[in-house]
Design a binder for this molecule. Structure first.
Ligand SMILES: Cc1ncc(C[n+]2csc(CCOP(=O)(O)OP(=O)(O)O)c2C)c(N)n1
Ligand SMILES: [Mg+2]
Length: 557
């Protein structure tokens, strides 16, 4: 005889996951017990939203499926922001919430809420499991639903009596993962795509998260090296082609990457694995005359906001593998004068920011901080970059060099998600430095998870750009209303906060203090916080938004 919880955990292992992110609670304690018996690791957090954020980052970094486990009722509602963040980014996670005993349903017991109703708009699929014998079957279904088609979060609510129930384990088959072949694209579509790109004078490729989820990064690199078509990246495809590669031109966003202004001049654009949403200005980032080829796993995304000339419903990885092979059979690829023009643009934007990067002012210019961090930590780092202005400056000057090493909260714009993101990334990749770039406002959301980082020996380095306030909103308020309200935080020593928890703290006011402080933080091998006093300057992105109409906050990323 085994418990329902044991069946669930045995299935989890069979599906390839050996770790969960969560918080204890009487609804899920049986599940924690089963994890201990089955040697499944538990990253126990200080707030349930951190559990879903960690599951999200785990998924992004490992390519697996992150699993969170939380108490029903308030544990469940606390986890929702992490779920919504994963939903907007298309991260496949399985979020499990406990629940009171099933036979108390609708009697008015403590922590009762319609949990499925709460997550309906932010999950691909959600179920309550009431039969303990079916727990394994439902977990396997949840994994499938999370990963098939466009990936995304799914949810399971499990009443405590179902987890605690005794069942005859010998009668139950533990599910195993299902491997399947993904459908390919017709040769004629590949040929017309290549024809269009080869005929054009100013082609570009814009790669988005679908390339990462579809495991298409290598094929993309091959395609770009062979064809010498300039490539821009966004979302989880950052680094799929290095920003420093000959044909890699960085962020597909002119507000953080001046070379991306050239995208408007392109006459043929291959959009692969990315939606035509606000990041691509709903399709207005391109000239009206440009020929568009749009490839997405979700047919409903094709033609949304702007019709493409060729629309292909396909997994980005399958498509790129076929396309790079077909491109290799074609003769006549040669670099176009356009490529040189973009290279000059890349060089001049590097030069344009050098003066600020080398400034010795105090408080420090954000670009000075980022340059020092970039050079001291080195090219192997996983960068985890938040939402506020200090983070937006980092988007300008931190290059993405390898796939899977650049994490952001994504289109939900969840300020503060980066601390749980970074901790999960460090647990997933303990040999790589993980650096969290965040603001003094953002650090307040999940700062207590640094305690989790310390307990779980995940030595992340948190760089707090401290401008004593909610800087981005301060600048936007000033621009729109000519005064500021509710944006000042005063000086808080976040380095002392982490020291109090047992971690390593550094406080930096002058540029020459920064490098040694970063080195000490690295060497401490503990979760650390470098509190750097910076000038609260609007980033180029915020400057651009400030010149637009009030409330255009959808531009913020
Ligand atoms: C959860 C959440 N709350 C509020 C916001 C709105 N918001 C965006 S940037 C910002 C200010 C960030 O301040 P800080 O983290 O100190 O960074 P700074 O801009 O000062 O560098 C706020 C409040 C948001 N994006 N997400
Ligand atoms: Mg701030």
């Amino acid at each position: 005889m085994i418990t329902g919880a044991h069946l669930l955990v045995k299935t989890l292992k069979s599906l390839g996951e050996h770790r969960i992110f969560g918080m204890c609670g009487d609804h899920v304690n049986a599940l924690f017990e089963a994890c201990a018996d089955e040697e499944v690791g538990i990253v126990d957090v200080r707030h349930e939203s951190a559990a879903t954020h960690m599951a999200d980052a785990w998924t992004r970094v490992t390519g697996g499926v992150g699993v969170s486990v939380v108490q029903g009722g308030p544990g469940h509602t606390n986890a929702i922001t992490g779920l919504a963040t994963a939903w907007a980014s298309g991260s496949p996670i399985v979020a499990i919430s406990g629940m009171h005993r099933w036979n108390l349903k609708e009697k008015g017991c403590i922590q009762e809420i319609d949990q499925l109703e709460q997550v309906r708009g932010i999950t691909k699929w959600s179920r309550i499991i009431t039969e303990p014998e079916r727990l394994g079957e439902y977990l396997a279904l949840a994994f499938r639903e999370a990963t098939r088609g466009r990936p995304g979060p799914v949810h399971l609510t499990i009443p405590v009596n179902v987890l605690e129930a005794s069942i005859d384990g010998s009668k139950i088959k533990i599910p195993i993962p299902t491997e399947y072949e993904k459908a390919g694209v017709k040769d004629t579509l590949l040929e017309s795509t290549l024809e269009l790109l080869q005929r054009s004078e100013r082609p570009v490729v814009i790669a988005g998260s679908g390339v990462w989820w579809g495991k298409g990064c290598e094929s993309l690199q091959k395609l770009i090296e062979m064809t010498e078509i300039p490539c821009f990246t966004t979302g989880m495809a950052r680094g799929a082609v290095s920003d420093e590669a000959d044909c890699g031109f960085g962020y597909a966003d002119p507000l953080v990457n001046p070379v991306a202004n050239e995208i408007r001049e392109s006459d043929a654009i291959l959009l692969v694995g990315t939606r035509m949403d606000y990041r691509l200005r709903f399709g207005n980032l391109f000239s009206e005359k440009a020929h568009l080829i749009h490839v997405d796993i979700e047919a409903s995304e094709l033609g949304k906001n702007r019709p493409a000339e060729i629309s292909i419903q396909a997994d980005a990885g399958v498509f790129l593998s076929q396309l790079s092979e077909a491109a290799g059979k074609r003769k006549g690829w040669k670099s176009k004068p356009w490529l040189e023009r973009l290279r000059r643009g890349k060089q001049s934007s590097l030069e344009a920011r050098q003066k600020l990067e080398n400034s010795r002012e105090s408080p420090l210019h954000p670009l000075t901080v980022i340059k020092e961090v970039r050079e001291t930590i080195g090219p192997e780092a996983i960068w985890v970059v938040d939402i506020g202005d200090f983070s937006q400056w980092s988007r300008v000057s931190l290059p993405a060099l390898k796939p899977g090493r650049w994490l952001r909260p994504g289109p939900f714009g969840t300020l503060g998600a980066t601390i749980p993101f970074g901790i999960a990334a460090k647990i997933a990749k303990p040999d790589l430095p993980v650096v969290i770039i965040t603001g003094d406002g953002a650090v307040g959301f999940h700062g207590w998870e640094l305690h989790t980082a310390l307990r779980h020996k995940a030595p992340v380095i948190v760089i707090v750009g401290n401008d004593s306030g909610w800087g981005m909103e301060r600048s936007l308020q000033q621009a729109s209303y000519k005064r500021t309200v509710g944006v000042d935080l005063g000086l808080v020593r976040y380095d002392k906060f982490i020291e109090n928890l047992g971690g390593h703290g550094e406080h930096v006011e002058k540029s020459e203090e920064l490098k040694p402080a970063l080195q000490r933080a690295l060497q401490s091998n503990k979760a650390s916080c470098v509190n750097v006093m910076i000038q609260g300057l609007p980033s180029p992105l915020t400057q651009a938004i400030a010149t637009q109409a009030k409330g255009s906050s959808e531009e913020k990323k």
